[in-house]
Design a protein around this ligand. Structure first.
Ligand code: ATP
Ligand code: MG
Length: 139
């Protein structure tokens, strides 16, 4: 059985372009409930940890630089079969390959500046959500 929770980030390119509201609206229109939401920014250490799986890739340093270049919006989302449904809604990693109507087709500008993140498994959705949200956080 698949889980009903995924994790997303609106990346610095989309935040800087002012697309946050439209992207959140698209997510809601597609039946996802926002369970947690936070405007924040990644430190170099956090970005390196978040993308540790890509540390040997040639684009790793560039990716970390991009992901620390400005504010991001982190969110935990709920819908049935959340991970797969959300990956479908965001589209292919490279916006040139993304299907019409997907978030990356609409708001991404390159394979690196691709507007949003979506968890790739139930296990990673939980790890990534916990990375940004703590039930004891209070301000
Ligand atoms: P994400 O994990 O952000 O949801 P993804 O799962 O579609 O994206 P990954 O293969 O996990 O893609 O790559 C992580 C991120 O690294 C991409 O979203 C993109 O920002 C960047 N990236 C991936 N491939 C390249 C590349 N060839 N050149 C530059 N940046 C890349
Ligand atoms: Mg990924």
């Amino acid at each position: 059985m698949t889980g009903n929770t995924t994790f997303t980030m609106i990346k610095p390119d989309a935040f800087a372009a002012g697309s946050t509201g439209l992207i959140l609206n698209k997510i809601i229109e597609n039946g996802f409930k926002i369970k947690a939401l936070r405007l924040t920014a990644l430190s170099k250490e956090k970005a390196e940890a978040f993308y540790a799986v890509h540390s040997e890739r040639p684009f790793f340093n560039s990716l970390v630089e991009f992901m620390t270049s400005g504010p991001i919006v982190a969110a935990i989302l709920e819908k049935e079969n959340a991970v797969e449904n959300f990956r479908k809604l965001i589209g292919a990693t490279n916006p040139a390959d993304a299907a019409e109507g997907t978030i990356r087709k609409l708001y991404a500008t390159s394979i690196q500046y691709n507007a949003v993140h979506g968890s790739d498994s139930d296990e990673n959705a939980l790890i990534e959500g916990n990375f940004f949200f703590n039930q004891f956080d209070r301000h």
